[in-house]
Write a protein that binds this ligand. Structure first.
Ligand SMILES: *[C@@H]1O[C@H](CO)[C@@H](O)[C@H](O)[C@H]1NC(C)=O
Ligand SMILES: *[C@@H]1O[C@H](CO)[C@@H](O)[C@H](O)[C@H]1NC(C)=O
Ligand SMILES: *[C@@H]1O[C@H](CO)[C@@H](O)[C@H](O)[C@H]1NC(C)=O
Ligand SMILES: *[C@@H]1O[C@H](CO)[C@@H](O)[C@H](O)[C@H]1NC(C)=O
Ligand SMILES: *[C@@H]1O[C@H](CO)[C@@H](O)[C@H](O)[C@H]1NC(C)=O
Ligand SMILES: *[C@@H]1O[C@H](CO)[C@@H](O)[C@H](O)[C@H]1NC(C)=O
Ligand SMILES: *[C@@H]1O[C@H](CO)[C@@H](O)[C@H](O)[C@H]1NC(C)=O
Length: 379
């Protein structure tokens, strides 16, 4: 019976999508919010921790955006886990995937090494680390509830975690991870050396420096700017780099004529750092004033937003109702589908990922000015 309902719903959604490019007027909101990520490209919202995941040692991996759901544009990973005294994974490189680490909760250390330069950072919430192609990297989880948000471009990298999974994980209470005496899976040199087909090349001779200073920096001299100065983005698509929360470049947009909402774009990856393949960063927003309509975007590439602070409203072309999104919720918006988003709380923030170079942040930055503060104008 339930299966029949699901099948019927799926059939009507897919025929609706095929015929109308997501602009059908009578879409039920319940079909925008899903608890299983679609295996084809369509708009959807997933709530934090409602997805089933896979468990590797104590780490639970969930995939709010997959290769299948994004047409292989990118994969978005949530890793929820307790602290560990071991590395979370053995050191390795990827040759065809650009990996991005963002700290949503807790703390973790992240190391990146390339061209004989090694840098380590302790990431706290809002901090970011870029691991371009052929960069040796590893991490260690430090706090009792840590959550890493990973973006890997192109999409499909979740296949590695399905392959490595020790168990499937599901929770009727939406517990981010289970209790248990699990061994961190970083320690098996034999396994990681056999993962080349997943674009994982072990670098077992890399020994991450653990001499972190009070500012959370370890590694070679001259790579030490972190929560103590301006963090510049790399000048090319090969060099690893880190951006501490609000210590990177900032741009102010919106606030039009004293009535609109303000946006502060803090890019991590622009077309320069990704060779035009994707962009990523955060957008901080003030509350949408009452009576003001939010801007509507339609972008040539796929877009995902994850709420990382406050409360964010979204409206997606073809869906009549607005969705309110809390921290950890993700919306996926296919190319050429209209998207409006706005701050519902006084202070809200999203992490964005966009495919290509003509992306949400690029549109916002085109009308923005360089801005020295983490907060919009007080009046
Ligand atoms: C790294 O260091 C080794 C040994 O000093 C040197 O042979 C090599 O050229 C260096 N590589 C790069 C990319 O600088
Ligand atoms: C990756 O980096 C190593 C040096 O660490 C270099 O020898 C190798 O050619 C690079 N591979 C690619 C595909 O760029
Ligand atoms: C997880 O579930 C899938 C689908 O049922 C199954 O193929 C896979 O073997 C399971 N993985 C583990 C580690 O149990
Ligand atoms: C956890 O597992 C380790 C290794 O299997 C074992 O030595 C230890 O006693 C276990 N701890 C608890 C609290 O069960
Ligand atoms: C701001 O709005 C006022 C009232 O609507 C209008 O007269 C004025 O021209 C606007 N200013 C700008 C810079 O758009
Ligand atoms: C990234 O962009 C470059 C240059 O535009 C292109 O050659 C390459 O195929 C792209 N890679 C991915 C993984 O999208
Ligand atoms: C989006 O629309 C543009 C212009 O109509 C078109 O060239 C492009 O192929 C569309 N992209 C997708 C993914 O449908």
């Amino acid at each position: 019976m339930l299966l029949l309902v699901v099948l019927t719903t799926l059939f009507s959604i897919s025929s609706c999508l095929a015929s109308s490019q997501y602009v059908a007027s009578k879409r039920d909101l319940s079909s925008l919010i899903v608890t299983k990520v679609p295996d084809y490209v369509r708009p959807y919202v997933v709530r934090a921790y409602t997805l089933d995941g896979v468990r590797l040692g104590p780490q639970v991996y969930r995939f709010p955006v997959t290769g299948a759901s994004s047409g292989n544009a990118f994969t978005l990973i949530s890793t929820a886990t307790p602290a560990s005294t071991e590395l979370g994974v053995l050191p390795h490189v990827h040759l065809a995937h650009y990996e991005n680490f963002f700290c949503l909760r807790g703390r973790f250390s992240l190391w990146a090494s390339k061209s004989n330069t090694t840098s380590g950072r302790i990431l706290t919430p809002g901090d970011y680390g870029a691991v371009p192609y052929n960069t040796t990297h590893t991490f260690q989880i430090l706090d009792p509830f840590t959550e890493m948000v990973g973006v890997i471009q192109p999409g499909g990298f979740e296949q590695l975690f399905y392959f490595l999974a020790q168990a499937n994980y599901t929770s009727t209470t939406y517990a981010p991870f289970p209790q248990g005496n699990f061994t961190t899976p970083g320690g098996d040199a034999g396994t990681i050396s056999k993962l080349q087909e997943f674009d994982v090349y072990a670098k077992l001779d890399f020994s991450p420096p653990t001499d972190f200073d009070a500012n959370g920096v370890a590694g070679d001299a001259g790579v030490g700017v972190w929560h103590n100065g301006e963090n510049a983005l790399a000048g090319d698509s090969q060099t690893p780099f880190f951006v501490a929360k609000s210590y990177g470049p900032k741009y102010l947009a919106g606030g039009g004529n004293g009535t609109g909402e303000y946006f502060i774009v803090e890019p991590f990856v622009t077309a320069t750092q990704s060779a035009g393949n994707f962009t990523q960063g955060t957008i901080t927003m003030s509350q949408l004033p009452s009576g003001v309509k939010p801007e509507t975007y339609s972008l040539p590439g796929h877009t995902a937003l994850e709420v990382i602070d406050g409360l964010v409203g979204v409206r997606i072309g073809g869906f009549e109702e607005d969705v309110m999104m809390a921290i950890g919720d993700v919306v996926f918006v296919p190319a050429n589908t209209t998207l409006s988003f706005w701050g519902e709380a006084a202070y809200s923030k999203v992490l964005y990922v966009g495919q290509g170079r003509d992306t949400l942040d690029a549109r916002l930055m085109a009308e923005a000015r360089s801005w020295g503060s983490a907060i919009w104008p007080a009046a």
